[in-house]
Design a protein around this ligand. Structure first.
Ligand code: NAP
Length: 305
């Protein structure tokens, strides 16, 4: 099968399109023919090992000392079940599915084997494969951090979303709207139209105004781009207000998050924000673009038609 392999840490050029042995599912696995995946900030971080200090050691231990132990990166997929192991009863050949492989990676490839008990469910009925691939990474992360910020427990919470135009930010806006949140988005002038379309209440343009200097207070301040710390954001919090940042902990992915994303997409309450779509042989350009840190929403990688 065709796959993109990463044979060492480094610049986007370390990624190569190659032929690798086709996978065979075990008795308790399904084989998914991947139609679309996405290229995310997380993939860029793994490929480049762009982390500071002690985290670099941790990442080498987790991912591989001199090169990624899993040569095929990517952890989001949308595709069709091609083969079902003998002991699998929950999926059938031909089912359209989407999901997240997390640290198992492997989705920059034509096929992947996954356990039916892992992060995989039926795709939203009304989604294209590209849309399904685009809603997973930012969606699961946004749900994780907003739940940690106890958004569920608050009535009409006032929330400030910093980095509102990224994959996590655009998802966070749409998830927060489910809780009738009053949303202020922090983005650049370039991203203003996008966040307006996603339905925020107020916009602070960071290239025109220092958002940390505003007088308004919030129940939740969510740094969805990971560039600000608690000390900078604390003055913006109400009494009992909660600050969360994507740079604090690794967000764990659950199948419940996928079910929520599916339900919201089917109700038309979650849109896939797709900035650009690349083909497999354009993986270097795709990684360069994501690495710029300027993408709006998500970048999709088309694996097949
Ligand atoms: N903890 C976890 O488990 C976890 C999971 C997922 C992601 N993350 C982290 O979360 C961060 C965001 O991920 P992502 O995938 O959403 O990134 P992304 O899509 O690459 O974010 C890019 C967006 O950030 C905006 N941006 C850049 N600098 C900004 C600033 N100073 N203020 C406001 N907006 C700014 C850019 O808009 P402009 O170009 O218009 O400024 C662009 O739209 C990354 O650092 C990623 O590593 C953590």
């Amino acid at each position: 099968m065709k796959a993109i392999i990463c044979t060492r840490y480094g610049t986007p050029d370390v990624l190569q399109l190659a032929k690798v042995p086709t996978l065979l599912p075990k008795e308790n696995e399904i084989l998914v023919r991947i139609i679309a995946t996405s290229v995310n900030s997380g993939d860029v971080r793994v490929r480049s090992l762009d982390v500071q200090g002690f985290m670099k050691i941790i990442m080498r231990l987790v991912l591989g000392i001199t090169k990624p132990r899993k040569a095929i990166l990517g952890n989001v997929f949308a595709g069709v079940v091609e083969t079902v192991g003998n002991r699998v009863s929950t999926f059938n050949v031909g089912d359209k599915v989407f999901g997240m492989t997390g640290l198992k990676f492997g989705t920059y490839a034509e096929y992947i084997t996954v356990s039916p008990k892992s992060n995989v469910i039926a795709m939203p009925d009304n989604a294209t494969f590209q849309e399904a691939a685009a809603i997973v990474f930012g969606g699961q992360t946004a749900i994780y951090f907003l739940e940690k910020a106890k958004i569920v427990e608050k009535a009409n919470p006032k929330i400030l979303i910093i980095g509102a135009t990224g994959s996590v930010g655009t998802s966070a806006i749409q998830i927060a709207r489910q809780y009738k949140a009053v949303i202020t988005a922090v983005c650049s002038t370039e991203g203003e139209q996008l966040v307006r379309k996603l339905g925020v209440d107020k916009i602070v343009l960071y290239d025109k105004q220092d958002f940390t200097k505003q007088s308004e207070k919030f129940d939740i301040v969510f740094d969805a781009v990971g560039k600000f710390n608690k000390k900078q954001c604390e003055p913006l919090l109400n009494k009992n207000g909660i600050f969360k940042t994507v740079s604090s902990v690794y967000a764990s992915e659950t199948v419940q998050q996928l079910y929520l994303l599916k339900a919201l997409f089917e109700k038309g309450e979650l849109k896939a924000v797709i900035d650009k779509t690349f083909q497999m042989d354009e993986i270097v350009a795709a990684h360069r673009y994501v690495e710029s840190g300027r993408k709006k929403g998500n970048v999709v990688l088309k694996i097949s038609e």
